[in-house]
Design a protein around this ligand. Structure first.
Ligand code: AMP
Ligand code: GLY
Length: 433
C-alpha cells in the first residue's frame, strides 16, 4: 500500500492499513517523523517512501512503480484535483480517490453550487461572479452577513463569512482585483450565511454503492469557545449525536445519493471518499455547505479508530469498482476523539524547529495513539515542522472516557509555543435531531 501525504490523516490511514489482514507493507510518502515510530503498529510494517519532487503525477507514478504498490491511497485534495488518479490508472496502478473530472466537486465551488442546483441538493442560495462590479451589485442587493468564497483550492483560506457589506466587498476585491489566490480566486461565490451547527459525513464509494461512516464533528476555530481564526481543524470526534439515525438517513437520501448518482449521470463517476460538510439549521434541516473529495483531517484520525476489519480492502474494493461493504465493521460501543497540538503562530505563521517532549509518555496512556503531522527529526530529537504538529487520538467506551484519555496524553506533551483547544467534544447542542 502506498499512502500519499504527510499529515496526521495519513498516519491514521497507514495504521489502519497496517492492521488490515490483506496488507503486507505500508509506505507513506512523504510521511513525517512519526512514520518511523509507527513502524510496528500493526501486522504490517510501515515505512517512509522518498518523493523528492512533491506529489506531482509523474513523481507519484514513478514511486508507485518503484515500490510495486498494489494500491495507492491519496490523502490531500491538491494531487486529486491535479489528476494524480488519472495518471496512476493510465499506468495500470490501482488508486483510491476520484479522477480529476470528479475531484472538481472540491476543486471548484462554482461547479459544486451549480451541480447542487441541477440535482436538487439543498444548499445555501448563491450567485457566481467574476468582476468586482458584479460582486458589488450582489452584495448591495443581498446585504450582510454574506459569505464570500473563492472558487478554487485555497488551503482552507478562501472563505470569508463577512458580517458587514464593507467586509464582503474587501474580501471580493482581494480575490477578484488583488488576485490574492491567483486563478483560484478569479471566480467568486457569494452565498447566504447558514445558521446552525456543522457536521461531517464521510462516505466510501465505488461510484454506486456506499459505506457511510459515523457522523464526525470538527472544531475549525483556533481557540476555545469557537473564537479566533479558521484553521484546518483543531480537533474532532465521532460519532456525533448531532445527527440521529433518522437524520443520517435524510442526509443520505437528500445529499449523498443525489451527489453520487448525479456525478455518474454527468459522466464523472465518483470513486473514493466523499466528505459532505453539512450545516444542520435551527429548524433541523440538513444543508450542504461543501463537498470534499478526500478524508477530513482531523476527522479521519477519529473515524479510523472506530473501524474494525480490513480498511485496506474497503478502499481497494472501492477503487476496483466493487465496494465490499462487509470488509469493515463500525465499532458499536466505541467513541474516538482527536486533539490537535499546534505550533506557535498557527494558523497565520507557524514556527518550526521547537523540540517536542513527552511523546513516549503520551503514547503509553490507555487507548491513545499520538499521530504525527508537522514533525521532523533533527539531531535525534523530534521537532515541530508545520502548523498542526500532532493529533493526540484516543478511544473510549464513552465520549467522556475518550476525552479524558486524550487530554491526559496531551498533558504529557510539551514544546515551546504549543497550543490546543481544551473544549474538543464539549458539544453545545442540547438534544440530537
Ligand atoms: P467551505 O469550504 O465552503 O465549507 O467553507 C469553509 C467553512 O466556512 C465552513 O466549514 C463553514 O464553517 C463556513 N461556511 C461556508 N459556507 C457557509 C455558509 N453558507 N454559512 C455559514 N458558514 C459557512
Ligand atoms: N477538517 C476539515 C477538512 O479536512 O477539510
Amino acid at each position: 500500500m502506498l499512502v500519499l501525504g504527510g499529515g496526521a490523516r495519513e498516519s491514521a490511514l497507514a495504521r489502519a492499513f497496517a492492521r488490515s489482514p490483506s496488507v503486507a507493507e505500508v509506505v507513506v510518502a512523504p510521511g513525517n517523523a512519526g512514520t518511523v515510530v509507527a513502524a510496528h503498529a500493526g501486522n504490517a510494517a510501515i515505512r517512509r517512501g522518498s518523493i523528492p519532487a512533491g506529489l506531482t503525477a509523474d513523481a507519484v507514478v514513478e514511486l508507485a512503480r518503484r515500490e510495486q504498490a498494489d494500491l495507492v491511497v491519496v490523502g490531500p485534495e491538491t494531487p486529486l484535483c491535479d489528476g494524480v488518479v488519472d495518471a496512476l490508472e493510465a499506468a495500470g496502478i490501482l488508486a483510491f480517490g476520484p479522477r480529476k473530472n470528479a475531484a472538481i466537486l472540491e476543486g471548484s465551488k462554482a461547479f459544486l453550487k451549480r451541480f447542487a442546483t441541477r440535482h436538487g441538493i439543498p444548499t445555501a442560495a448563491y450567485d457566481v461572479v467574476t468582476t468586482l462590479a458584479e460582486a458589488e451589485a450582489v452584495i448591495r442587493r443581498k446585504g450582510a452577513p454574506i459569505v464570500v468564497k473563492a472558487d478554487g483550492l485555497c488551503a482552507g483560506k478562501g472563505v470569508v463569512v463577512a458580517s458587514t457589506e464593507a467586509e464582503a466587498l474587501e474580501a471580493a476585491r482581494a480575490m477578484l482585483v488583488e488576485k490574492r489566490f491567483g486563478a483560484a480566486g478569479a471566480t467568486v461565490i457569494l452565498e447566504d450565511v447558514l445558521p446552525g451547527e456543522e457536521v461531517s459525513v464521510l462516505v466510501v464509494t465505488d461510484g454506486e454503492r456506499l459505506f457511510i461512516l459515523p457522523p464526525a464533528r470538527d472544531h475549525k476555530r483556533a481557540f476555545d469557545h469557537d473564537v479566533g481564526p479558521n484553521t484546518g481543524g483543531m480537533g474532532a470526534f465521532a460519532p456525533s449525536a448531532l445527527l440521529s439515525p433518522a437524520m443520517m438517513a435524510r442526509v443520505e437520501r437528500e445529499i449523498v445519493r443525489p451527489t453520487i448518482a448525479g456525478m455518474a449521470a454527468e459522466d464523472r463517476p465518483f470513486r473514493g471518499v466523499l466528505f459532505a460538510g453539512i450545516m444542520v439549521t435551527p429548524a433541523g434541516e440538513p444543508l450542504l455547505l461543501e463537498h470534499n473529495v478526500r478524508f477530513g483531517d482531523p476527522e479521519c484520525e477519529a473515524l479510523m479508530a472506530l473501524l474494525d476489519g480490513d480498511v485496506a480492502e474497503l478502499c481497494a474494493s472501492a477503487a476496483r469498482g466493487a465496494l465490499d461493504v462487509d470488509a469493515v465493521a463500525i465499532a458499536a460501543d466505541r467513541h474516538a476523539l482527536a486533539v490537535i497540538l499546534a505550533a506557535h503562530g498557527y494558523p497565520a505563521s507557524p514556527r518550526a524547529g521547537d523540540v517536542i517532549h513527552g511523546l513516549d509518555r503520551a503514547g503509553a496512556v490507555d487507548g491513545v495513539v499520538v499521530h504525527h503531522a508537522g514533525t521532523a527529526e533533527k539531531g535525534g530529537a523530534v521537532v515541530t515542522a508545520g502548523g498542526r504538529v500532532l493529533a493526540v487520538t484516543a478511544t473510549g467506551a464513552s465520549l467522556a472516557e475518550a476525552r479524558a484519555r486524550a487530554y491526559e496524553a496531551v498533558a504529557a506533551i510539551s514544546f515551546d509555543g504549543m497550543h490546543f483547544r481544551g473544549d474538543i467534544a464539549l458539544e453545545t447542542t442540547a438534544a440530537p435531531r
